[in-house]
Design a protein around this ligand. Sequence first.
Ligand code: NAP
Length: 527
Amino acid sequence: MITGKNQIGFVKSAQGKKTFKTFNPQKNSENDSVFYEATTVEINEACHLATEAFKTFKNISGVQKASFLNAIADEILALDDVLIKTYCSETGLPKGRAQGERGRTIFQLRSFADLVTEGSWVEATIETAQPDRKPLPKVDLRKMLTPLGPVVVFGASNFPLAYSTAGGDTAAALAAGCPVIVKSHPMHAGTGELVAQAITKAAQKTGMPNGVFSNLNSSGIEVGVQLAKHPQVKAIGFTGSVGGGRALYNLAAQREEPIPVFAEMGSVNPVILMPKEAESRAEYWGKILAGSITLGSGQFCTNPGLILGIKGPDLNRFITTLANEIVKIEPSCMLHPNIIGAYETKRDIALAQNGLEKVTSFNSDVQKNYGRQVVTTVEGATFLNNPKLHQEVFGPFSMVVQCEDIRQLETIVSQLEGQLTGSLLAEESEVLENNTLVEALKSRVGRLIFNGVPTGVEVCAAMQHGGPYPASTDSRFTAVGIHSIKRWLRPVSYQNWPDAALPKALKNENPLKILRTIDGKLSIDKI
Ligand code: NAP
């Protein structure tokens, strides 16, 4: 049942007078539940409990943490249709998408459970002592990763399950041993509360400390600002707009004790159609991109908002097919009137720029809150000289840039802002023959895609979801896959520490039987 209350550790709380409701974009009306905005007292209590919980949670075994993560997955599944219905009523997204996202959320939780059960993720590195080394003896040094402390996670509007309350950031932080305080996204506060209840149940059932998880409601930025400034918060995970992510990053840097902010803020995801590929498969790619641009009404951080090609008849065939195919696709509901409002504003700003031509748009009447797709085109030189054309239009919008030649294409790519992905639609020989272009693309993105579209982010260890700013605030880390755990960890070295007092991961006997680097060699051996 949705109560609208905040979840402060194991206790539900509703002290505040400020309330808000979520919105059903399909019905174009508010949902019934009333949510209580978290007060300063509740924020302080959540941070205090998280700090207390950290004292024990940071040291619990991988097996115990795994049982907690798996129990969260079980409790989410037990919510069954109630969760799916609430999700749909707060997002306008179809049931199939809700079920798919729940599956991804469960998979992420269980992947982290497996990771911490196995244990080698702590990256134990041991250099044994050499007392007889000349001219100076070498000390015994043993290093491993250790959790940072309480983490604040800002739920993402476009992933109410997989990147919100029990999403990738939360699963990774809990796996690392960091208590989590979620700043629930106001657009899906009911979905968030149900998942928060599941996490709380799982924490109680598996004996986790009170405060290992809290969920705070808010419909404005004040709660997030207070959390970012709170001295007991040690790191932040965020998915959303560049404005929001950058504001939190600045706040965190201005604190007396600055803390890391891992913000994933999206991008335009350039797709390059190379000449030989355009010659042989212009129509094929036109159709594929029409689907990718409109997927989820374009509300993905990996949406292909920018397509680059060399001017000529083959690119024209591509543009014609893209235009013809994209208008055949029925528009779908966007997440919220604010998101569709932002989409229309940014789209209109782009369309007002000199030299940008609308190739096609979906013009028939649509239901309220449905996003109508638009394809535009522009000359390479015009694009290069107008930074407003480089901005993300979050929704079903894309721009085809017609470059004079490969040199101009390279110049454009090398001047793009940081991106999550870059796709090359090409024959293999075109990849091999255009090393400068490939290197330029590599310097701008986190994931290079060959003959594929950027939408569809596989959750696995080899995935890099993050890129140079403004795609993310720290391109060294990923927000997807098990390696995202590294955002919530810091290394600690023990020098000449007595074996009996060392953490299990670093003891001579290797009681956890984990893979360690000992004197430069990977091994599971004892010392
Ligand atoms: P958002 O406006 O960035 O908000 C995300 C979360 O951050 C919300 O919980 C919001 O709180 C909080 N927040 C925003 N600005 C803040 C600030 N200055 N200080 C503290 N907290 C702050 O993103 P959104 O609501 O998800 O969607 C709005 C727009 O973001 C979209 O139209 C789209 O352009 C972009 N977006 C991009 C991606 C992507 O992956 N590229 C994903 C989602 C959204 P409140 O809501 O409570 O104010």
